[in-house]
Design a protein around this ligand. Structure first.
Ligand SMILES: Cc1ncc(COP(=O)(O)O)c(C=O)c1O
Length: 392
């Protein structure tokens, strides 16, 4: 059985390649530098580090590979535990398993991000802190890290999470795959971008992200040892170029020049894209605020979101139709929409792992529908989506 791709009139999230993408990719082909050696890879790394405000950025083939490397850098190994959100694309949870660690699933807050209050409560009541290690009372395992995923662009309450992490000696890995360009507007993190605050941060440049390199990812850090190690591990851990000596197990994770060329061209447009995402969010919001039973999730008062995705909460009792039915109606009208990911603590490979007081995630999981948010969406298309939501 093969899946036949449905052609939508209005897609959910497609790339916008109208800057210098073709020029830069053509340059790679003309110079015959198409693999992972090539000037665009270094340039993209430098430009991303500059943009994000970190000392180092190390390219990867995709965001999942970046997360895998981040977990290795954080020293997470077999038998350790890692606190993860149940609401996230599954990649960071899988990455924890790649290094042999067990996930502990957390509930979400009102912005679909990890509930930091519950993380604090879990550490305080379900764990003991001994000899600088946070030990899970139930399993006896060492909880080494927490993965903060900035869901759909909204910054996690990282100031509070940082307090918890400091208290219990936890490493913070930021999964900023969806939140490139989002930042904090208040408190001690004011002005800092997501992905630059934890011990290691990760970006994804997958085709549906706010900027894309086709496939690609980045490890962000201010730690020079981590940066050096990340470059080493992503390039097969080669210690001698002539004799091919490898003293560690490495990975073939470095980005190609072709991807980096696309990434460089996209990065030049990122601020403009964020402006468009925010403008379109407000355009949707103006209309959706008038529809009873539908509500768009906003941004927290401490942060600025890149508004990568627009998440609609569908309240069946008021709206008169549930989320699944609305999805079907939009589909019939040629409009693509998407459910929230299936909760990770219920996924087949993870259903037997620990989860802590999951409540809100169930509420959102039944009600969230993401609506078209491509950079290139027109005002007229937004009106068509709204018309379909109103069932006019
Ligand atoms: C939150 C999150 N983390 C990680 C990833 C993985 O990135 P990639 O697809 O580049 O491997 C994605 C999306 O693709 C994501 O949305």
């Amino acid at each position: 059985m093969f899946n036949t791709a449905i052609k939508y009139n209005i897609s959910l999230s497609v790339p916008f390649l109208r800057g210098k993408e073709l020029k830069y990719v053509k340059e790679c082909i003309e110079k015959e530098w198409i693999s992972s050696a090539g000037s665009f890879v270094d340039m993209f790394e430098n430009k991303v580090a500059d943009y994000a405000g970190t000392k180092y950025a190390i390219s990867c083939v995709n965001g999942t590979a970046a997360l895998h490397i981040a977990l290795i850098l954080a020293g997470v190994t077999k038998g350790d535990s890692v606190i993860v959100p149940t609401i996230t694309f599954i990649a960071p949870v899988n990455a924890a398993k790649y290094v042999g660690a067990d996930p502990i699933f957390m509930d979400c807050d009102g912005f679909l991000n990890m509930d930091v209050n519950k993380v604090r409560e879990f550490c305080k009541y379900e764990c003991k802190f001994m000899n600088g290690k946070l030990i899970n009372k139930k399993t006896g395992s060492h909880i080494k890290a927490v993965i903060a995923v900035h869901v759909f662009g909204n910054p996690v309450d990282l100031e509070s999470l940082d307090d918890v992490a400091k208290k219990y000696n936890l490493k913070i890995i930021e999964d900023a795959a969806e939140s490139i360009g989002s930042f904090y507007t208040k408190g001690r993190l004011k002005g800092k971008k997501t992905g630059t605050i934890g011990d290691v941060g990760c970006y994804s440049f997958n085709g549906n992200k706010i900027i894309t390199s086709g496939a690609g990812g980045m490890v962000l850090t201010n730690n020079s040892y981590y940066a050096k190690q990340a470059k080493y591990l992503t390039t097969q851990a080669k210690d001698d170029n002539l004799r091919y000596i490898h003293n560690e197990i490495g990975y073939n994770y470095r980005m190609t020049n072709l991807s980096a060329a696309l990434g460089c061209a996209q990065l030049e447009q990122l601020d403009k894209f964020i402006g468009i995402k925010r403008r379109n969010y407000l355009a949707y919001k103006k209309y959706i605020d008038e529809i009873e039973g539908l509500k768009l999730i906003g941004e927290p008062d401490y942060g600025f979101s890149n508004f990568w995705f627009y998440s609609l909460i569908v309240e069946e009792k008021i709206y008169g139709m549930n989320r699944d039915q609305l999805h079907e109606r939009l589909k019939r009208k040629g409009i693509q929409s998407r459910f929230l990911w299936h909760l990770n603590h219920l996924q087949k490979p993870y259903k037997d792992y620990e989860n802590y007081k999951i409540e809100k995630a169930y509420y959102f999981s039944e009600r969230i529908l993401n609506i078209p948010c491509s950079i290139g969406i027109t005002e007229n298309e937004i009106k068509k989506v709204v018309k379909a939501l109103k069932n006019d």
